[in-house]
Design a protein. Structure first.
Length: 451
């Protein structure tokens, strides 16, 4: 056996091992080149087989007759650019006259099989131009966020999309959001990623965790206010409503509506105010919304009405005052009582992790996209963290947040504890950072240790 044969065998074995154990490394070393050649060589025949070609134009047929040349064949969309990425390929296509972006979107599954890629998605950039993103491997199986992300004020990366791009939570574009998911679906990890990403920013975090604070209180050093029971939550939400009204008074005083002030400088929200006057934005995280809506007595019903009314007012009016809502829960529907559907209508962003029934998925996407409902109920139980993210426009995508342990999130919050704003309106709800008072006996019976 000659040395070229040995070298070729080593390369093949190395490629096989990388594809099996490290698909990301395989893609960067071998896969991207092979996939690019495969797409370029098969492009014309694949487009013809998928019905993404158009007959030749009349002037081409006339020119062929006049010059006695063969009749030209059907024409596929023109490749404007092909760009390799760390997870796949990105094709920018210029559509031919008579073609539509929906035709490309409907053929994505056939393109995936024809080009031997893991996934194919498409979106229309502008009239006549479509971007096709192809992934070479399952990027959600082992989430690796890119080293550099496009982080901006109030815009943070929280997950990875199935096409290899980063999923951002942009509060200025989508002020309020709803996150659903069954137990052990990855909802808490998604919330930790969100808090850890917001911790380095100039923003006040307000938490409501009615599970006695087991989810959010470990992160208390970065929170300006926390509530661990419905009674405190009602008072906290009403304090936020009062703070919102004060911010509106400030905006009203600084609007400067005079004839010599340009339209672009007239203040309509906190982002139009000068930096030295701008109030700090507030993100309100509700860990389990059902605990705020359930009641058993008349007194609890009155408290529940106060809570839902305050949440609905914040969702309707809080955006201009810089107050943004993150509502999380296992279920969120009309069975939680009056005012719930009105609140849900104000939550533009929707994220659904694995759910146990179709009704839960309909709560998130029933009024947006039936396809998203079907995708949400098909999330496997062995893939915690996988979710369907959508908004009121009807678009949706499959995402997965990188696993962030509670210790990692705590370390991040402690590292940026000096950035925690001290808001006078929320001072009574500032979390106490002292350790819990020891008790004489455990509240529950412990499991005896086995020998």
């Amino acid at each position: 056996m000659t040395w070229p044969t040995v070298a070729l065998a080593l390369v093949v074995v190395t490629a096989g091992l990388l594809r099996w154990r490290r698909p990301a490394w395989y893609w960067m070393t071998f896969g991207v080149t092979l996939a690019t050649l495969r797409v370029l060589f098969r492009y014309g025949s694949v487009m013809d087989a998928c019905g993404l070609t158009v007959p030749p134009s009349r002037w081409r047929l006339s020119l062929a007759r006049m010059t006695n040349r063969p009749v030209p064949g059907p024409r596929a969309p023109r490749i404007v650019r092909i760009r390799p990425t760390r997870t796949g390929l990105v094709l920018r296509l210029k559509l031919r006259p008579g073609q539509d972006a929906f035709d490309v979107a409907a053929s994505c599954d056939r393109l995936r099989h024809s080009f031997a890629m893991y996934g194919v998605t498409s979106r229309e950039l502008r009239s006549g131009v479509v971007e096709v993103r192809m992934t070479g491997y399952d990027v959600l199986k082992r989430v690796q966020m890119p080293a550099k992300t496009d982080t901006r004020p109030m815009r943070v990366p929280v997950a990875l999309r199935e096409d290899g791009s980063v999923h951002y939570r942009d509060y200025r574009a989508v002020p309020h959001a709803l996150t659903l998911g069954a137990t052990e679906s990855g909802k808490s990890v998604y919330q930790r990623n969100l808090v850890a990403a917001l911790a380095p920013q100039h923003v006040a975090l307000v938490g409501i965790d009615c599970k006695q604070g087991v989810e959010l209180f470990p992160l208390a050093r970065r929170f300006s206010a926390l509530a661990d029971n419905p009674d405190t939550a009602a008072e906290l939400l009403e304090a936020l409503v009062a703070h919102m009204q004060e911010v509106y008074q400030l905006i009203r005083a600084e609007q400067r509506i005079t004839a010599d002030v340009p339209d672009a400088e007239i203040a309509a929200d906190i982002w139009d105010l000068p930096d030295h006057l701008r109030p700090v934005p507030i993100v309100v995280l509700v860990d389990e919304v059902a605990e705020l809506a359930l009641f058993a007595t008349k007194e609890e019903e009155k408290r529940r009405d106060r809570i839902i009314t305050a949440l609905a007012r914040l969702a309707q009016l809080g955006r201009a005052a810089g107050i943004y809502l993150e509502i999380c829960g296992q279920r969120f529907g009309s069975e939680l009582g009056k005012g719930i559907t009105m609140l849900r209508a104000q939550l533009t962003g929707r994220t659904a992790h694995r759910v146990n029934d179709e009704t839960s998925a309909n709560m998130a996407f029933g009024d947006i996209s039936p396809d998203a409902v079907l995708a949400a109920i098909q999330i496997p139980t062995d893939m915690p963290g996988v979710a369907i993210a959508g908004d009121s426009t009807g678009g949706w995508t499959r995402i997965r947040a990188p696993h962030t342990s509670l210790r990692q999130a705590v370390n991040t919050c402690n590292r940026h504890a000096d950035l925690t704003p001290d808001l006078p309106a929320l001072a009574p709800f500032r979390p106490v950072l002292d350790g819990p008072t020891p008790v004489d006996a455990p509240a529950v019976e412990s499991i005896p240790a086995t020998a």
